[in-house]
Design a protein around this ligand. Structure first.
Ligand SMILES: [Zn+2]
Length: 243
């Protein structure tokens, strides 16, 4: 009986190992990790650590998809298909100079673990609630991509700060909001489980970039007309602390 149980456990382990390996080989190039890379922490950002030493080159070496900001909280970063964009406080989207440093950001090599289509007009609360069942069942941090046609988005950006820095909440109070009706583009973002609270903001954090690269920002509201939702769960989170 004991031997039989041992064999069963061994067999289950082998099956698990072989399945895991097979999935990874098929979906992800071996040089790309399945980790979410994070620079700094939520607490440091909240407490006004707005000057980082992370270069864009180093940031890009950890993923091809992500969100963040630039030193001084100089706008909203949308890292889309390997290019970091900056949605400025005034609204225009620019590719920032390569010497712009980063005080807080996340990135991941995005390879979807699951996806589904949306073909009826769906508001953000409904979509987030629908996603939550899958996210909570897994309870791992996830990168989320929502691409398609939006009937409406409300986004924001924030103005560059000068020392001495206050809290991130003081910066958000100065936000500039943008109404984007009938926009085609991509929401780039993450969902963090409650257990990572203080390391990152628990729940959803979405940034948006339209397909013309002319508008976007931190997402406050949206309504999706039709599109695709993709989820990429992370096996680990690698945190580099701000200097
Ligand atoms: Zn944001």
């Amino acid at each position: 009986m004991i031997n039989k149980n041992i064999y069963l456990i061994l067999f289950s382990l082998l099956l698990f190992v072989s399945c895991t390996k097979e999935v990874k080989e098929i979906t992800r190039p071996i040089e790309q990790t399945d980790a979410i890379f994070q620079y700094s922490t939520m607490i440091d950002l909240v407490n006004g650590k707005f000057e980082g030493t992370l270069t864009q080159a180093e940031y890009k070496s950890h993923g091809d998809f992500g969100i963040g900001t630039y030193n001084g909280v100089n706008g909203e970063m949308v890292y889309y298909e390997g290019i970091p964009y900056r949605v400025s406080f005034e609204g225009p989207v620019v590719v920032p100079p390569t010497d712009y440093l980063i005080p807080f950001a996340n990135t991941k090599f995005f390879v979807a673990d699951s996806s589904f289509s949306v073909n009826v007009v769906t508001d953000d609360d409904t979509l987030k609630n629908n996603l939550l069942t899958t996210l909570l069942a897994n309870d791992k941090p996830a990168a989320i991509k929502i691409s398609g046609q939006f009937t409406y988005l409300k986004t924001r950006s924030v103005p560059k700060q000068s020392p001495p820095y206050g809290s991130i909440y003081d910066v958000i109070a100065q936000q500039n909001t943008f109404d984007l009706p009938n926009s085609t583009g991509t929401i780039v973002g993450f969902w963090m489980p409650e257990k990572l609270n203080n390391l990152n903001f628990p729940g959803y954090h979405f940034h948006y970039l339209n397909s013309d690269f002319t508008a976007g920002g931190h997402v406050l509201e949206f309504e999706l007309k039709s599109g695709t939702v993709e989820i990429d769960f992370a096996s680990e989170v690698i945190v580099q602390l701000i200097d």
